[in-house]
Design a binder for this molecule. Structure first.
Ligand code: UDP
Ligand code: MG
Length: 139
């Protein structure tokens, strides 16, 4: 069943490069409602768990080091068709392949340092949101 929520993180490169405000504005302008939001830094354990699905991939240790290198903004977003629409808004993993007008096209540095995370399914949106937020932090 499709739900109307997705989960995002503005990644350390986006924060470091001063793009936090512009990215949040693009998300709101695209019609997403912010249900929960947190400025935080992932521990190594949290990053490893969050990206456990990629544990066997060659970029895993680099990904964990990058995602723990500085603060992130985590958020739960709501909109009709949230997961698919948010993936469209962020664009392809590799900014070289991302469409004009997408967040990654505008702000990602590289395929690894790509500014923003977006859940890839309703099931993962639910799991990832619950990983970062308690029910009392969701409005
Ligand atoms: N990643 C990487 N190298 C790759 C593929 C992915 O460093 O060749 C990183 C990148 O930060 C990406 C994350 O791992 O966003 C998760 O990869 P996934 O394939 O799930 O891409 P996404 O769903 O973020 O577009
Ligand atoms: Mg993914």
């Amino acid at each position: 069943m499709a739900t109307n929520r997705t989960f995002t993180m503005l990644k350390p490169d986006a924060i470091e490069n001063g793009h936090m405000g512009k990215i949040i504005d693009m998300i709101i302008e695209a019609g997403f409602h912010i249900k929960a939001m947190k400025y935080t830094q992932l521990t190594e354990g949290q990053a490893k768990e969050f990206y456990a699905v990629h544990a066997e991939r060659p970029f895993y240790s680099e990904l964990v080091a990058y995602m723990t290198s500085g603060p992130i903004v985590a958020a739960i977003l709501e909109k009709e068709n949230a997961v698919a629409d948010f993936r469209s808004l962020i664009g392809s993993t590799d900014p070289a392949e991302a469409a004009e007008g997408t967040i990654r096209k505008a702000f990602a540095e590289s395929k690894g340092r790509n500014a923003v995370h977006g859940s890839d399914s309703d099931e993962n949106a639910q799991l990832e949101g619950a990983f970062h937020f308690s029910e009392a932090e969701i409005f």
